[in-house]
Design a protein around this ligand. Structure first.
Ligand code: ZN
Length: 424
C-alpha cells in the first residue's frame, strides 16, 4: 500500500473480526512485557467471545520547513516519480537521482528547470530513505506545497514508528538509559498521534519538525559545516520497536502528552499553560531531575534592558523607572509565577511566561523564577528547563537510573492515565 493511502483515514480505521458482534473494548490493555507484537500475545489470552481490535499503522505528516521557505534544496537518491496531488492537475514525471532547487512560481512550483502548474506535488522514491530536504535525509515520501503566502513547504509523510526513531534521538540524549528512552518513545508517539487526530481536515501536515511540536531531524543531516550527523540510531530504533504501538490514553482517548526537559522539582498544572490540557496533566513531585544543570539556574540582565523589554509591550508612551517588583505567587507550587512591576505610579502584572518571551532568547530557561532587582541589573533565580508540564525528560533519566521501568516512568507524569497498545 502506498504511503499516501496510509494517511490519517487509515489511522482511525478500526477493523474487527466479522464473526463477533459484541462491542469491543476501546483498545487492548497494556501489558508490561509487551516487547513483541501485542496482537499475537493477546489473542491467546482473550476469551473467544471477545473481538480482536486492530488498527492500521498510521502515517504522520511532518512539515520539515516550519514557517515556509522562499526556496529549498531537494536531493533524491535513485529513481523517483513526481505526481500531482490534485485531481484536476495530472503532471507526472519520472526522474533519476539528482539535486534541484524548489521555488514557488505564480501558479505552481518549479523544481530545477521544470515548472509545474500545480500547487501540490508528491515525490515517491523507489527506495527509502532517499530524499533530502535542506540536507536532512528522510524516510518515506515528501510532498511539496506552494503556500498561499507565496512560500514553499516540504512535508515528509512516513509511518509513525519510522518517524519516532528520529524523534527519540532528536529529543533525548543517546546517553540516557534505555527505559527513559522507551518512555520518551511512548510520550512522543502519543503526542504525534494526538496531533494527527486533531488536525483540521484541510491541513496538509500534522506536526512541525521543530520544538514547537517535537524535534525531528530525519535519518541523518548535515550541520552548518557540512559534517554528516546521525538523526537516529540503533538505540533509538530499539526504544521505538520495544514499545511499538504503546500510547497514553485517558478515558479511552489519546491526549496531548506535553513534556519538557526539566521540571525543577514539581511539574506544572497543564491547564495554566495549555488550553487543551486535560486533568491528568496535574502537578506531581519530581526530584529525579536533580542531576540536570537546569534543576536550578541563575541569569541576569542589565536593569535598563529589563525595563525596556518587560514594560514596552504594556506601556503607552514613555517608560517610567521600575521602583519595585512583587511576586504574589510562589515558585515551585505547580503554578506559573506572577509579578507585579511597580513603575512610576502604575503597576504592570506579568507572568513568568510573558517575561520569558520578552527577554532575549535563551536567557530564561523556564517561566519558573524569582526576580531580584539590583541597582544596575536584574537577577533571576530559576528552576527547570522548558514549560514544566507533564513528562520530565531528565526526571525520566533519574527514574530509569534508579531501576524504574518505562511504563511507571510515563504514568508518574500523567496521573490517572493508562497505557494501551495500538495493535498494528
Ligand atoms: Zn523533573
Amino acid at each position: 500500500m502506498s504511503l499516501a493511502c496510509l494517511v490519517l483515514i487509515a489511522f482511525l480505521t478500526i477493523r474487527t473480526s466479522p464473526s463477533d458482534q459484541k462491542p469491543p473494548p476501546p483498545l487492548q490493555s497494556f501489558v508490561r512485557s509487551a516487547a513483541k507484537p501485542a496482537a499475537k500475545e493477546s489473542t491467546a489470552k482473550v476469551p473467544l467471545a471477545s473481538r480482536r481490535v486492530v488498527v492500521n499503522e498510521p502515517a504522520i505528516r511532518v512539515n520539515v520547513t516550519p514557517g515556509g521557505a522562499d526556496s529549498f534544496q531537494l536531493e533524491v537518491r535513485g529513481h523517483y516519480r513526481m505526481v500531482s496531488l490534485s485531481d484536476d492537475e495530472k503532471p507526472q514525471a519520472n526522474f533519476d537521482s539528482g539535486s534541484v532547487k524548489v521555488t514557488p512560481t505564480k501558479h505552481g512550483l518549479k523544481c530545477g528547470t521544470h515548472e509545474y502548474a500545480c500547487r501540490q506535488l508528491e515525490i515517491i522514491p523507489s527506495q527509502s530513505p532517499a530524499i533530502r530536504v535542506n540536507g536532512h535525509l528522510y524516510r518515506g515520501v515528501v510532498r511539496l506545497y506552494r503556500r498561499t503566502d507565496g512560500k514553499v513547504s516540504a512535508v515528509n509523510v512516513l509511518p509513525v514508528e519510522e518517524y519516532l526513531a528520529s524523534v527519540v534521538d532528536s529529543e533525548m540524549p543517546a546517553k540516557f538509559p534505555g527505559e527513559a528512552r522507551k518512555a520518551q518513545a511512548v510520550v512522543a508517539r502519543t503526542y504525534a498521534l494526538y496531533q494527527a487526530q486533531q488536525a483540521d481536515s484541510l491541513a496538509v501536515y500534522d506536526l512541525l519538525s521543530s520544538q514547537r511540536s517535537q524535534k525531528y531531524l530525519g535519518v541523518e543531516y548535515r550541520d552548518a559545516t557540512g559534517r554528516r550527523l546521525a538523526g537516529e540510531s540503533e538505540s533509538s530504533r530499539r526504544a521505538v520497536a520495544s514499545t511499538r504501538g504503546v500510547v497514553c490514553q485517558s478515558g479511552g482517548k489519546l491526549f496531548c502528552t506535553y513534556y519538557s526537559a526539566v521540571c525543577g522539582g514539581r511539574t506544572v498544572e497543564g491547564k495554566l499553560v495549555f488550553k487543551d490540557a486535560i486533568d491528568c496533566l496535574a502537578p506531581v513531585d519530581c526530584e529525579w531531575c536533580r542531576e540536570s544543570p537546569h534543576f536550578r539556574w541563575t541569569a541576569e540582565i542589565d536593569r535598563t534592558a529589563f525595563q525596556k523589554r518587560a514594560l514596552e509591550p504594556v506601556s503607552r508612551g514613555a517608560l517610567s523607572d521600575i521602583r519595585s517588583i512583587h511576586q504574589p505567587v510562589e515558585v515551585g507550587r505547580g503554578s506559573i509565577p506572577r509579578f507585579e512591576i511597580h513603575h512610576g505610579t502604575r503597576v504592570a502584572t506579568v507572568t513568568g511566561i510573558d517575561l520569558r518571551e520578552r527577554m532575549p532568547t535563551g536567557l530564561l530557561a523556564s517561566p519558573h523564577f524569582r526576580i531580584d532587582l539590583e541597582p544596575s541589573r536584574v537577577t533571576f533565580t530559576g528552576r527547570g528547563h522548558g514549560h514544566g508540564v507533564g513528562f520530565c525528560q531528565w526526571g525520566a533519566k533519574g527514574q530509569a537510573d534508579s531501576g524504574r521501568p518505562y511504563d511507571q516512568i510515563v504514568l508518574h507524569y500523567y496521573p490517572g492515565a493508562e497505557l494501551v497498545t495500538l495493535d498494528y
